[in-house]
Design a protein around this ligand. Structure first.
Ligand SMILES: [Zn+2]
Length: 300
């Protein structure tokens, strides 16, 4: 069983910062969002070390090591992510986490449909091979995946191939919605997206999946007291808390995913622009949708 730490949250909740902070720990192996690795490799995306993946020694070692075990990172058969918009099979395996009845039906259909089982099995094999390769190359014994998705966590957890520590990362729904609004998303869609991700996370937690432990972390608390939050996360994960560092740029990182990986800032600062910049009307729409869950998470 692979020791896996999984950061679960809506986008724009601070998962990249938390992943970079945790990745500085000498026992934690991470490349950020594992789900985007094959796609990034094929598109020659920029690695956080400063060069394109095709020029990065770490990624070329990963590709070579996989090749030696008969797996080809550049081939579109190598898949660590299931896009649930792709096909019926993909929708079945990686559709949004639903209510109890829907999930029971999903499991039943999966059992009865060999092509879906094979699709899932192949995806899991690629994930496992990639994690093992990265852990071997870095000499670290716990894998950290900042992929965020609840549906991905569901199929990883149900495979019983991992001992999973889930870090459910929470940030004020108004701040998250504002990040999306700034990118051109309308306020209603932005707020609903935040809500839908947390609803899925809570449904997943309620399933009481075996080999899975949970903790909630508030992004605002991480920004205010990174040292304290990291110490308790290390305890939760089961790695030495004294080895944590707050310098998240201090390690030789080869991280993919969010653009932040490419910036050079060393400060972890809380972006509260929504308080000043979100005008009355969109704020009212966002608050109406996020209020009850936001309050439950402790936001006034
Ligand atoms: Zn690199």
């Amino acid at each position: 069983m692979i020791d896996l730490v999984y950061i679960l949250c809506p986008g724009h909740s601070g998962s990249t910062v938390l992943g970079m902070l945790l990745g500085a720990h000498p026992q934690l192996a991470t490349v950020g969002e594992l789900k985007v690795v094959p796609w990034s490799f094929r598109n020659d995306e920029s690695c956080s070390c400063g060069v394109a993946m095709s020029q990065c020694a770490f990624w070329s070692d990963v590709a070579k090591k996989l090749d030696a075990s008969g797996m080809d990172l550049i081939s579109d058969q190598f898949r660590t992510h299931i896009d649930n918009r792709d096909t019926m099979t993909a929708r079945l395996v990686a559709g949004q986490v639903g209510e109890h009845l829907e999930e029971t039906a999903r499991s039943a259909v999966l059992q009865l449909w060999p092509p879906a089982r094979k699709y899932l099995k192949d995806t899991l094999a690629c994930n496992i091979a990639l994690m093992q390769t990265i852990m071997e190359l870095t000499g670290r014994n716990v894998f950290l995946d900042t992929s965020k998705d609840a549906s991905r966590l569901r199929y990883l957890a149900k495979s019983h191939r991992f001992k999973i520590s889930v870090v459910h990362l929470i940030r004020d729904g108004r701040a998250v919605a504002y990040s999306l609004i700034r990118k051109g998303v309308d306020p209603r869609t932005a707020a609903k997206e935040w809500l839908a991700e947390h609803e899925q996370a809570e449904r997943l937690r309620a399933m009481n999946l075996s080999d899975t432990r949970w903790v909630q972390v508030h992004y605002e608390k991480l920004c205010a007291d990174a040292d304290g939050v990291l110490a308790s996360l290390c305890d939760f994960i089961g790695v030495r808390a004294e080895d944590r560092t707050l310098d998240f740029r201090s390690w030789d990182s080869h991280v993919l995913g969010n653009r932040l990986r490419l910036s050079s800032g060393k400060e972890i600062s809380l972006d509260e622009r929504w308080r000043r910049e979100l005008t009355e009307e969109p704020l009212a729409i966002v608050e109406e949708i996020t209020r009850s869950t936001n309050q439950r998470y402790g936001y006034a």
